[in-house]
Design a protein around this ligand. Sequence first.
Ligand code: ZN
Length: 100
Amino acid sequence: MQKITKRVASAIMCIFLVVALFTSVFFVVENAHHQCTNKEGCPICAEIVQSLNFIAGIRLLPAPAILIIIAQMAFFVVQEICQQLDNHTTLISLKVELLD
Ligand SMILES: [Zn+2]
């Protein structure tokens, strides 16, 4: 039971990491041509700087580790789907003897 909890927790953390990375990249690309009128306290410029700092921090993680995590998540999903497909039972699989 605890093994499943760890897997679910790691999958959720990985999903949050990937979503945060993609939203940061999307925000920076979306506001790349931002027409800034207030250089001092522009919230969009501040958010762009925070997003770039987040992306730079994530970049420090080794890329193979991220690929391994994504591959592991895909493996768990495929494993669960296969397990769900194998769980169907029939009279033949239960070896029920039909007597007329
Ligand atoms: Zn600005």
